[in-house]
Design a protein around this ligand. Structure first.
Ligand code: G3H
Length: 542
């Protein structure tokens, strides 16, 4: 065993070395939320193991942190679907017809109760997916902020819809209406934040939802179920557990899902969409695979580039959909870049998620270390080298980051989304090479350009804005600020998910119109003055 491997192994704690404030009691969830009730569950369960291993007399053992319901058939999922369908009631249910002000009050109540659960949720984020304490807190706080921003954006949308328009002899009022039953599924890397960036706007717009937590990052939703139950009318929020491969197809094949909101893989999204019997009825809001590239030009500021590429490739061990997953570097600066990047990479501090200053943490997907090793062996067999000392050293769920060079077409790392702490670097001589790579990619989320000569940067911006959805200059790729549009082309996304765009994605513009006659005007006036309709109304929310 190498020194580094020994050091990594020693980082896993014995049970009594876990600091008191981060200890975890096993959490065995035996309840689920359906139709406004927290129902007991006494059927089969799924054991939840942590990416964190524990030192025992028998060696390292993966820590068991709890379990959750795992129905073996589709009955519970279909019950949840029926509850959501009933609550929407073809748009006539309590929730879709509730006033905007009342819906906002429910959401405010929810976020207040959510904040009371912060400590438990943050601890579960660390134990379930290995996210650092600082990033887990950030994920929670960012989600709360997202909810408040969404409420504000919702008020703006409603204010814009509170006036009548008169054009070409037609009087109309234009507002946004809900779409129906939404199936929300988030990813393991942002199990709280990214699930809520679809769930919250979907609910607020008046839809009813089925919500299936991700495979890793399920238990952290448990402390929030009561807040959902007590904040919204029954059937508005329903949970779905069970094996995704069987339960979700059943829901899609029912034809009763109006919106598929999935943050996950394009392969899964592709097949699920095809299962819906009424393809035109289904809307899809998807945030999928990505293989964001950095293009490092000859005149790039190397220190700044190293810093941003480090953040871009290594935050949360490279497990972000927006991570930089391939670095194209001009051959004239390749040596300088590799030297400095390798040095900085080896300064990253491995540790437990709660460890002070930890930057490299255990990976939650059990098969990931073996997959990354396969990628490294494949690259080496085709002539690439691991450039940093100890890169790729693996001890159970710990993988020390690896810098791989020179990567070329034909290697797994060239096209596959590694979603982990491996940084493939490709040298180029002609700027057309990275442009061709992006054009021929199945992905189209973002790109980062590093350089200083404005002519060259501009020459890249123009072709790239027609290939990806965000071009970052001298900065890593990222989703935020959450008010910026977050989307992608090709297999990377469908629909847009900023705070405001998400509200639009989960609703449809709807018009009530009439001809501009005295009789019609007096009908409209009577409805509005007597507050007879929620839709046809000039109420202005302050
Ligand atoms: O996993 C994808 C996330 O949306 C990325 O968000 O860029 O803020 O880490 P982020």
């Amino acid at each position: 065993m190498t020194n580094l491997a020994q050091q990594l192994e020693m980082l896993f704690p014995a049970e009594d070395q876990v600091p008191d404030e981060f200890r975890i009691e096993e959490l065995h969830q035996r309840e689920y939320l359906v139709d406004g009730e927290i129902r007991p569950w006494d059927g089969p369960t799924q054991e939840v193991v942590s990416p964190v291993f524990i030192q025992t007399p028998n060696g390292l053992v993966r820590k068991v942190i709890g379990s959750y319901p795992l129905p073996m058939d589709d009955n519970e999922a279909l019950d949840a679907l029926d509850a959501a369908v009933r609550a929407f009631d073809n748009g006539r249910g309590e929730w879709p017809t509730l006033s905007v002000t009342d819906r906002i009050h429910c959401m405010e109540r929810f976020v207040g109760k959510m904040m009371e659960q912060k400590k438990d949720v943050v601890n579960l984020l660390m134990w379930e997916i290995g996210k650092t304490l600082a990033d887990s807190i950030k994920e929670f706080d960012r989600t709360v902020q997202y909810i408040y921003d969404t409420i504000d954006a919702f008020k703006d949308i409603d204010r814009a819809g509170s006036r009548f328009r008169i054009e070409e002899g037609i009087i109309g009022q234009i507002r946004r209406s809900p779409l129906g039953v939404v199936l929300c599924m988030g990813p393991f890397n942002y199990p709280l934040n990214e699930t809520y960036t679809t769930l919250i706007p979907a609910i607020l717009m008046g839809n009813t939802v089925l919500f299936k937590p991700p495979k890793h990052g399920t238990l952290l939703h448990y402390p929030l179920l009561e807040a959902f139950r007590t904040s919204f009318p029954k059937g508005v929020v329903n949970t779905v557990y069970g094996r995704g491969a069987t339960v979700v197809p059943t829901l899609m094949k029912s034809g009763k899902i109006n919106v598929l909101a999935l943050i996950g893989s394009s392969r899964v999204a592709d097949s699920l969409k095809k299962m819906h019997p009424k393809s035109n009825r289904l809307r899809a809001i998807l945030s999928l695979d990505a293989k964001n590239a950095a293009i490092i030009l000859p005149d790039a500021d190397i220190e700044l580039t190293v810093k941003e590429c480090m953040l871009g490739t290594m935050s949360f061990n490279g497990q972000r959909c927006t991570a930089l997953k391939i670095l194209w570097v001009h051959r004239s600066v390749a040596d300088a870049f590799l030297q400095r990047f390798g040095e900085e990479l080896n300064k990253l501090k491995p540790g437990m998620p709660w460890g002070k200053g930890a930057q490299v943490t255990p990976l939650p997907e059990p098969g990931k270390p073996a997959y990354l090793d396969e990628c490294l062996r494949d690259a080496e067999a085709q002539g690439a080298r691991i450039m940093n000392e100890g890169g790729g050293t693996t001890v159970e769920s710990f993988v020390f980051p690896a810098l791989v060079y020179p990567v070329k077409e034909g290697m797994k790392l060239y096209r596959e989304e590694q979603f982990g702490p491996v940084v493939p670097v490709v040298p180029f001589d002609d700027i057309e090479e990275p442009i061709d790579y992006i054009i021929n990619s199945d992905h189209g989320q973002q790109v980062s350009i590093f350089g200083s000569e404005t002519g060259q940067i501009a020459h890249l911006i123009d072709p790239l804005v027609n290939q990806v959805s965000r071009v970052n200059i001298n900065a890593q790729c990222q989703r935020g600020p959450d008010t910026f549009p977050f989307t992608g082309r090709k297999d990377s996304a469908e629909g847009t998910l900023s705070v405001e765009d998400a509200l639009r994605s989960f609703s449809i513009r709807t018009v009530v119109a009439t001809k501009d006659t005295e009789q019609n005007k007096s009908i409209l006036n009577d409805i509005v003055e007597q507050h007879k309709s929620e839709f046809l109304s000039t109420k202005f929310i302050f």
